[in-house]
Unconditional design. Structure first.
Ligand SMILES: [Cu+2]
Length: 299
């Protein structure tokens, strides 16, 4: 399992130094299984807050050997791009094993809050952009307005007698939302409470395009933080879908580069209604999904 924190983003990959070779399979991102596992990938892309669950298989020309995993810093806020040795894998021979087992392709039964939304009919559509403006302002543009949440603005609202920062939107619990997201090549977009699914990637002319970042990002994948530095700024945007599942109250969203968040790139959405209301579409979209405690798949 790999996890990254702080104000950085890294691409991790196993360095093939001639003696040892590793293949990496992706199982889950941000704690949510891929709909089909495993997925063969060339690198792992993690921004602050991201997590990856991996299966790694290595072989040496001669045993034992060491494979170095390198970390290339990408698209970060301080502009420093560098390569580091992240960690190394010491590979020993397993006696009596003559071939590497191949992982079978599998899918797990999913809870309905992470049902596949690719065929969903969203209840509402939103435009979102994480923007770095002049004067070192970091703002979230949401449905026609820029929003900043800073220590100062929070104190001002408190002084004016408000119990919390103004919400940028109000959602009804149990609804399904489509968010056209921009700026995630510069800013890891992170939502609290509800995970989201990559529905598609759009080009400027609204045609769909494929993500080519080492097979790591694909339409259909779920995340709670999304940062794709290989996307083209101002040319490609992400279409995300999210259920407002069960939970009412404040849902925070912010840049997961915490310096940007502290500069203002943070906001709340108010989720209203009856606590526990589930999204009706989920069961229709994926009839095998379960709404209560985990039920193992029976064949
Ligand atoms: Cu940011």
């Amino acid at each position: 399992m790999l996890f990254v924190s702080l104000d950085q983003a890294y691409k991790f990959f196993a360095d093939d130094d001639g003696n040892g070779k590793c293949s990496v399979q992706l199982l889950a991102k941000d704690g949510i299984y891929l709909s089909k596992m495993p997925r063969s990938i060339d690198a792992v892309h993690l921004a602050s807050g991201n997590r990856a669950d991996l299966a790694v298989s290595c072989q040496c020309e001669t045993y034992p050997c060491v494979v170095t995993v390198k970390a290339e810093e990408e698209g970060t806020n301080n502009g420093v791009i560098g390569m580091k040795e992240a960690f190394s894998l010491k590979i020993k021979e397993t006696l009596g094993v003559s071939s590497t087992p191949i992982l079978p392709e599998t899918s797990v039964r999913r809870p309905c809050y992470v049902a596949d939304m690719s065929r969903a009919v969203p209840d509402r559509f939103h435009q979102m952009e994480f923007q770095h403006l002049a004067g070192d302002r970091h703002v979230i543009y949401w449905d026609g307005h820029d929003h900043e949440m800073t220590v100062q603005s929070t104190q001002e609202h408190k002084a004016a007698g408000s119990s919390h920062h103004p919400f940028i939107d109000h959602w009804e619990v149990g609804t399904l939302h489509e968010i056209h997201a921009n700026g995630q090549m510069k800013h890891p977009g992170h939502f609290h409470v509800n995970p989201f699914q990559i529905a598609s990637v759009l080009q400027e002319n609204n045609s769909e395009t494929n993500l080519k970042a080492d097979n790591y990002f694909q339409a259909g994948d779920f995340h709670d933080t999304i940062f794709i530095p290989t996307m083209k700024l101002g040319y490609e945007s992400l279409v995300l879908r999210m259920q407002a599942d069960r939970h009412v109250g404040k849902m925070a969203l912010h840049c997961h580069f915490l310096a940007h968040e502290d500069d203002g790139m943070m906001a709340y959405i108010d989720i209203q209604g009856k606590q526990g209301t589930v999204c009706k579409q989920a069961k229709e979209l994926q009839p095998s999904c379960y709404e209560d405690a985990f039920e193992p798949m029976t064949k």
